[in-house]
Design a protein around this ligand. Structure first.
Ligand code: G3H
Ligand code: 13P
Length: 332
């Protein structure tokens, strides 16, 4: 595959988006995608709510969608936005890049932003690989997200084990020595639909699991140490109960699903958190809708008849997140 620069595709990096989000006290949504229907829903939802956005791709998603096709899908999304006369702009971002080689490969194939997740490595090694990615990325005007602290929310001892949260005393040194443009931190979120074990939660009067609150004290200390620096929150789906119920009602079985309460996400979006990652809520909306359609119309076998409604439901989730949770609606 030949090299291409993201500007040739009509994409933007995250610099201006984050500066505006910081000033305006909102957060940019970063939606994961793997296929055509998810892409359509994200793009149309962001056009309709006039929200800047980040389209993010994990290494698994890149393999699934095919790297060559992905470049053309991004270009197609740019053209679709233009033809709608919309001011919306987006960044194409590598989510959880694990090696400098993968990050470089994405940069060479048109990504405008990359994450290098060295958080599982010892601190000095995290700095070394992050610095290596920054050097190549900045030559190409590509933004880089690094990570400090491990998102291990579903491990038994997450609440007790302080070491997995980001240690605020490391952030200034990390940001200075790596040159990253944004920093993913760990304050109690984690990826997936079952973010905490029931033993880590309390229950409300209806028996619904209530997760331990996010560590806003850590976030505030980080903000104090690196004022005005863009912070990223991974694992930030609220795990919308309506979709979990639909999945379970129509033949699925997701037990003990629990996400981050919307109020806490709103609070984070008003802080230095400039990017909020959302994958699971979209997956739940799509799966719940497909299950419902197939359950109610068992003779249906035209994929458009279940993928279409699933796409529509995901678009609703995107609009609702942009408007009511992140505050990015109308900021394009
Ligand atoms: O944090 C992980 C994202 O939700 C992407 O998940 O690796 O299954 O594509 P994936
Ligand atoms: P959720 O699983 O909470 O949607 O988080 C996704 C994520 O952080 C992708 O990097």
């Amino acid at each position: 595959m030949g090299k291409i620069h993201y500007k040739e595709l009509g994409l933007v990096n995250t610099r201006e988006m984050f500066a505006n989000a910081m000033k305006g006290q909102y957060a940019i949504p970063a939606y994961n995608f793997n296929n055509l229907e998810q892409l359509q829903a994200i793009v149309l939802g962001c056009i309709e709510s006039k929200s800047p956005f980040i389209l993010q791709v994990s290494s698994g998603a890149r393999k699934y969608a095919n790297p060559i096709l992905l470049r053309h899908l991004a270009l197609g999304a740019v053209e679709m936005i233009k033809s709608a006369n919309s001011p919306v702009r987006f960044a194409l971002h590598l989510d959880h890049g694990d090696t400098p080689a993968l990050a470089a490969n994405c940069i060479d194939s048109g990504f405008s932003s990359v994450m290098i997740d060295g958080s599982h490595h010892p601190y000095e090694e995290n700095i070394r690989i992050t610095r290596e990615v920054v050097e190549y990325a900045h030559k190409n005007d590509v933004s880089v997200e690094g990570e400090l602290g491990v998102l291990a929310g579903i491990e038994d001892d997450v609440v007790a084990a302080k070491s997995i949260y980001t240690q605020p005393e490391q952030v200034e040194d990390f940001v200075k020595r790596t040159g990253v443009d944004s920093l993913a931190i760990s304050i109690g979120t984690s990826p997936g639909a079952c973010k905490f074990k029931p033993s880590q939660c309390t229950r409300d009067e209806r028996g619904v699991l209530v997760p331990p609150p996010l560590r806003f004290d850590i976030l505030e200390e980080i903000e104090r140490r690196i004022p005005g620096f863009p912070i990223v929150l991974h694992g930030a789906s609220s795990v919308i109960p309506q979709y979990v119920e639909m999945i379970n009602k129509f033949g699925g079985n997701i037990e003990d699903a629990v996400g981050i309460p919307v109020e806490q996400l709103r609070r984070a979006a008003r802080s230095a958190v400039c990017k909020v990652n959302i994958d699971s809520d979209g997956r739940l909306a799509v799966t719940a809708t497909i299950r419902k359609v197939l359950f109610e119309t068992p003779a249906e076998f035209d994929p458009r008849k279940y993928l279409g409604p699933a796409r529509e439901e995901l678009k609703k989730v995107v609009i609702q997140k942009n408007m009511d949770v992140l505050g990015s609606a109308g900021k394009a």
